[in-house]
Design a protein around this ligand. Structure first.
Ligand SMILES: *Cc1c(COP(=O)(O)O)cnc(C)c1O
Length: 365
């Protein structure tokens, strides 16, 4: 059996007729950028997340950039974030001239709220929790700390479309929620895409201009902006897929529960808290002999990934911050042990069963 780590083409196969007819309809209108499709998706997505506004942008990184800048984070400011994320969580902070300040994570891979306070300095302007693997960070405590210290909260929800915590959806806890619609995310388009959620009308109005050159109308530029929009065709695909998302997210969860049931006695697996509904964008197991396990599974046709092998503070790009090995023991320990198993709504039960059998075979259980 061959089991790819991800397989976006299968999702397309299931929706082919609908996507082709949308492509055809929009192509014939000749209106490809900033039209009805984007507006419709923005309305639907804001409703889905439970926020007042949503703004479609070119990718998840620009969603983060526009949120940081649009909410007033300035060069020299510090932004607290997790050291175990995808690199975009850090470079979006750094590239606006601010400094990413890392705080270690919990067993669930998310920011440890008990360690945030000691990282706060007079320069701290915002906290950027990352809802890694599709599980919402401890937003109750994070928001409490943000309130106490008058900090902004910008959620990096790129991996967590539809994940909830105490019945509130990711992207609705902070001053802004930032999502990626990249093909590897649980709601994805056929290329790059992103979207910001917010209840802040000023950010909404500013981000609408930021993504479109800083123009306030066709001819007048209020400030120098960017060209970072969600195309009409992509927005239409996102609209279509959003209508299936709850069903797909339930399937992610069903597969995760199956892996947990079959593997929890033998290897470290995530443990779901009763007040959360994760979407399991990634399902991560942990083993001291991770590299051998990865190689063994590959030989068996089961493709896996390590998300992510190098913590953000140990990248070459971080070297000028002065961090060193040992600064974030939990994130570093996890980086050496983590392995992401294949998980996607189209993964069949028989395939999940095979994955489990192969892991057990490696463990000799
Ligand atoms: C994918 C991802 C991003 C970046 O999104 P792009 O659309 O690729 O720019 C940012 N943060 C996290 C946690 C991600 O997984």
């Amino acid at each position: 059996m061959k089991i790819p780590f991800v397989n976006p083409g299968l999702q397309y196969k299931g929706l082919r007729e609908e996507i082709l007819s949308r492509f055809d309809r929009i192509s014939l209108t000749g209106n490809y950028v900033l039209g009805n499709e984007v507006e419709e998706f923005e309305r639907n997505f804001a409703d889905f997340c439970g926020t007042a506004f949503a703004i479609g942008v070119g990718n998840g990184s620009d969603a983060l950039t526009f949120s940081l800048l649009g909410l007033g984070v300035k060069p020299g400011d510090e932004v607290i974030t997790a050291p175990n994320s995808f690199v975009a969580s850090a470079w979006t902070i750094a590239n606006i001239g601010a400094k990413p300040v890392f705080v270690d994570v919990c067993e669930d891979f998310n920011l440890n709220p008990r360690l945030i306070q000691e990282a706060i300095t007079p320069k701290t302007k915002a906290i950027m929790p990352v809802h890694l693997t599709g599980r919402v960070a401890d937003m109750e405590m994070i928001n409490k700390i943000a309130e106490d210290y008058n900090l902004l909260v910008i959620e990096d929800a790129a991996q967590a479309v539809g994940a909830s915590y105490k019945s509130k959806k990711s992207g609705s806890f902070g001053d802004a929620g930032c999502f990626s619609l990249h093909p590897l995310k649980n709601l994805h388009v056929h290329g790059d895409g992103g979207i910001i959620t917010t209840n802040n009308e000023d950010l909404y109005n500013r981000a609408l201009k930021m993504r479109n050159h800083g123009l306030k109308n066709r001819n007048e530029c209020e400030f120098w902006g960017w060209n970072s929009r969600l195309d009409e065709i992509q927005a239409s695909i996102a609209n279509l897929k959003l209508s299936y998302l709850d069903k797909w997210n339930d399937r992610f969860l069903e597969l995760a529960n199956y892996y947990i049931k079959e593997l929890s006695n033998h290897i470290e697996v995530p443990s779901i808290k009763e007040f959360e509904k994760p979407v399991f964008h990634r399902f991560i197991i942990q083993h001291n002999n991770r590299d051998d396990l990865k190689f063994f599974l590959e030989e068996k046709g089961v493709m896996t990934a390590v998300n992510y092998p190098i913590p953000l503070h140990l990248h070459e790009a971080s070297s000028h911050y002065g961090y060193k090995i040992g600064d974030f023991p939990m994130a570093e320990k996890q980086a050496n042990k983590i392995l992401s198993l294949p998980i996607y709504p189209e993964l069949e039960n028989s395939q999940a069963k095979y994955v489990v059998e192969c892991v057990k075979e490696f463990l000799k259980v």
